[in-house]
Design a protein around this ligand. Structure first.
Ligand code: G16
Length: 511
């Protein structure tokens, strides 16, 4: 076939370093940018195959999100922002790791297994973040798309966002500090700032003009370090938020008059949004089910509050927005956020229709109508495709304005259990296998027993470990009644991982 001649010719320009083996992880391939040229070319080809198969436009995003500037990565995205299915993740890994002279065979195998009609059209949107390696790597994706005869249209459609917040002039808390993590989100906030002025006054920090991407700033830094970005001067009580490098995560925070830092992470965001939506459903008299989807990282207090006080359905999935997204799709309204600030809200078609009918019903009373209109605005302002920190920010700001709520009142909905996240380097993180939505380790032998007995030493304690899908580390999470206990537990569990799972380098030190 002619296309395979082209594959061979083009792929020789994007050669795979012999022996290099990479895995499609939590959010695609992610490693040092220098190792990714061949991966990009091959993912361009795979996206083309998927587009031919599904007859839909497929997205390829070149980004390493929260990782350092030197890294890069790539993930494939289906039309509604869903991540790849497991079978296609396997194809991605197979194509990525095929040696140069075996590539044409690996491509043919996908075509045969999926019975792809190669005469069909294929369209692939290619997106990139602001890393210096991104232009060359996205060109490699485009080369891969062309090698199999696909097209890369220049412009994508951006969902329409209606600024709900601009309609509430009486709200006197309009100022918001935004940390753009020196990434793409900062550039976009700059573009939209003047549209928002009446409803929201933004001071933008880490706008990419000087600092390094994600360095001492951004959502991951703030969440993990539990402190504000290094170069932001914030006044006590001032509402702030941080995006990550590709603006698909957001966390909020403020410092109080004693200088104490308060983080409002993905769990608090999910709580604010689901509370708002639940109230509106009650006011509207609409019988729609609403669920909050979390991961093992969700703070224990948030889960208790949602289940016992809010009485909403709570589900727990493995880490990775792809898992949360699929679970959230099972409900009329699915609110999903990882604690790290990655998430959105999904409305089923039936829910959208019921809300619309009520909003247009001439016989419904004012309370019902207002609630239906606010629900409709929520559907419009939120981006139901995975991961858009700016639309999340607009929805949060709108909710605070509509409810006349300060960031302190939002924070007071429940009190987080003190917690700590650590990383442990091991020689092969795949030795750790987990079950029960990553809350329990099944291997290596003895690790879970060790964790269980350490957890018993502390009050209100919980801890789990899991191999990261985006960095070469094992992640450790611990929470307990006091910060000292959470820190001690996280350290002791890290030591258990180091000793039982092949730790490398120095033993973890107490915090
Ligand atoms: C990605 C995923 C998230 C996940 C995070 C960390 O985020 O999209 O779902 O929580 O990695 O994953 P892990 O703990 O497996 O390294 P991002 O913002 O980096 O794309």
């Amino acid at each position: 076939m002619a296309e395979f001649q082209e594959v061979l010719k083009q792929s020789a320009l994007h050669p795979k370093p012999a022996g290099l083996c990479l895995q499609y992880g939590t959010a695609g391939f992610r490693t040092n940018a220098k190792q990714l040229d061949h991966i990009m070319f091959r993912m361009g080809m795979l996206a083309t195959l998927r587009s031919k198969k599904t007859q839909a436009t497929i997205g390829v995003m070149v980004t390493a999100s929260h990782n350092p500037e030197e890294d890069n990565g790539v993930k494939l995205v289906d039309p509604m922002g869903e991540m790849l299915t497991p079978a296609w993740e396997d194809y991605a890994t197979q194509l990525a790791n095929a040696e140069q002279d075996d590539l044409a065979r690996a491509v043919k195998e996908v075509i045969q297994k999926e019975a792809i009609d190669m005469s069909r059209e294929a369209n692939v949107f290619v997106g990139k973040d602001t890393r210096s390696s991104s232009p060359a790597l996205s060109q490699a994706v485009i080369d891969g798309v062309s090698a199999l005869g696909g097209h890369t249209p220049l412009h994508g459609l951006v969902s329409e966002h209606k600024g709900l917040c601009s309609t509430h002039q009486k709200y006197d808390q309009k100022h918001l500090c935004v940390d753009g993590a020196n990434g793409i989100g900062a550039l976009k906030v700059r573009e939209m700032e003047h549209h928002l002025q009446k409803g929201l006054q933004i001071s933008l920090f880490n706008d990419g003009s000087k600092g390094k991407l994600n360095h001492q700033c951004g959502a991951d830094f703030v969440k993990v370090q539990q402190k504000p970005p290094a170069d932001i001067e914030i006044n006590p009580g001032e509402r702030c938020c941080s995006f990550d490098g590709d603006a698909d995560r957001i966390v909020y925070y403020y410092t109080d008059s004693d200088g104490r830092f308060h983080l409002l992470d993905g769990d608090k965001i999910a709580t604010l949004i689901s509370t708002f939506l639940k109230e509106l459903l009650t006011q509207a008299g609409l019988d729609l089910n609403i669920a909050v989807v979390q991961t093992a990282y969700a703070n224990g207090s948030s889960t208790l509050y949602l289940e016992n006080t809010m009485k909403v359905i709570v589900k727990c999935t493995k880490t990775g927005v792809k898992h949360l997204h699929h679970e959230a799709q099972k409900f009329d309204i699915g609110v999903y956020f990882e604690a790290n600030g990655h998430g959105t809200v999904l409305f089923s078609q039936a829910a959208v229709e019921k809300i619309q009918q009520l909003a247009e019903d001439a016989n419904s009373d004012d309370t019902k109508k207002r609630a239906a209109l606010l629900l409709q605005s929520t559907v419009n302002v939120i981006n139901q495709t995975v991961g858009d920190a700016i639309s999340d920010m607009l929805l949060i700001e709108a909710i605070l304005a509509v409810r006349g709520m300060t960031v302190q009142q939002w924070d007071a909905m429940y009190t987080d259990l003190p917690n700590r996240q650590l990383k442990v380097k091991v020689s092969d993180r795949r030795v750790i296998d987990t079950t029960d939505a990553e809350r329990r380790a099944v291997s290596p032998a003895g690790l879970q027993d060790a964790i269980d007995s350490l957890v018993k030493k502390y009050r209100q304690a919980r801890s789990f470990v899991r191999p990261s899908g985006t960095e070469d580390v094992v992640r450790v999470y611990a929470e307990a009644e006091t910060q000292e206990s959470a820190d001690a537990l996280a350290h002791e569990v890290s030591l258990a991982v180091y000793r039982l799972a092949g730790g490398v380098g120095d033993e973890p030190k107490p915090l």
